[in-house]
Design a protein around this ligand. Sequence first.
Ligand SMILES: O=C(O)CCC(=O)C(=O)O
Length: 369
Amino acid sequence: MDTHIDTTASISSHDAAELFKFVVEEGNGVKGLVDSNISFVPSCFVHPLHEQIDPKQVIIDASPYLTKPIDLSGLKGEDKRVVVDELCGAAAKLGFFQVINHGVPLEVMQLVKQAAHTFFNLSPEKKAVFLKGRTPCPRVVYGTSFLPEQEKSLGWRDNLRMIYADDQEAMQFWPQECRDAVLNYLRATNKMIHEILNTLLKGLGVKLDESTMTQYIEDRVVYLNYYPNCPNPQLTFGASRHSDMATLTILLQDDTGGLFFKVEDKGWIEIPPVEGALVINIGDTLEILSNGRYKSAEHRVTVNSTKARVSVPIFASPRSGTMIGPLLPDKDGNTLYRKLLFGEYNAYYFKANNLGKKSLDYAKSTEDK
Ligand SMILES: O=C(O)CCC(=O)C(=O)O
C-alpha cells in the first residue's frame, strides 16, 4: 500500500500518524508491519508498564486451578452428575473451562484455523476490501486491534469479524477464502452451545423452556484472530485484559499458546492448548443472568517472538432487544444486577472500552445512572 514505513527507525522517530494510516486505515494491519520486517515494537503498541506481564510476579502455578478438559460425552452417561458439577463448578470458580468430546469434528476445527491463515495471508489490497467504511456488508469487517480509534495502546493482532445473519448473506458477502469453513464451524458448535448453557442454568436451579433459553444465545458473532509474531513480545499484547460481553464464548486456539486467564486475587494462568479441545468462557451476560453465581472470565493474549497465532472465538449472545437481568436472587433475596436490554449493555461496553471487567459495573443494581 501507499504509505512508506521506515522499519528500522527508532520508536521515537516514528511518525505515529503515518503508522496509524499504514496499519489501520490502509488495512496493512500488524501483519503488514511484520511482513515489512519491522525490528521493534512501535510506541503506539507499547502497553503501560503496570499492564505488562512480568512472569516472575504475576504468572502463577496453574495446577491448582486447571483440571483436565471436561468430557462432554459424560453428559449422556451414568456420570452425568459428575460432569454437571465439573461444568458448574468451573463456571462459578474460574469462569472458564476446556471441553473435549463436544461433537465438533476435528476436521471442521482444523479447516477453520487453516481458513484464518488463508485469509490473513491474502494481499493487503484484498483484505482492505472488508475494512470498516469500505466493506460491502457492515456485518463483515476486517480490522486490527480491538477499537483502534479509541485505544491508548494498540493490540498486536488483526482480525476479521463476522456477525451471522443468515447463510445467504454469508455466502454473498463473507470472504470466499474462509466463509465455508466458518459456516461449517458455526453449524457444528450449535448443539454444544445449547447443551452447555442448558446444563449451567439447570445447575442454578433455573428451568427455562427451550425458546426462552435460546434467546440468550441466538446471536452469533465469529472472529478470525491473527496474532503475528512480534519483535519484542514483552512490550505489547495481542488482546489486553477484558471479559467478553456475550453469554458464552467458544474459543478455538491453535497450538502456539498465549491465552491467559485471571484467577481473582491471585494472578494469571496460561491455558495450555489441547489438541481437539475448545475453551469456553463465561461472558458478562451470563454473570448477569446468574446474578453473579457464574463469573465472567477476565483474559488476555500475549504474543510470540517466532510464531503467528490464530484463534477463532464464537460469541453467543442475546439479540439487542432481549432483556437481560438476574434469573434468580441470592440467598437473601437480593439481585446484584439490574434488568437492561442487551443492546444497552452492548453500546456501553463498546463506548467505555474498559480494561478488565469494569464494564459490568454498569449493570450493577447499585450503580447510579
Ligand atoms: O485469541 C484468544 O485466545 C482470545 C481472543 C479474545 O479474547 C477475543 O477475541 O476477545
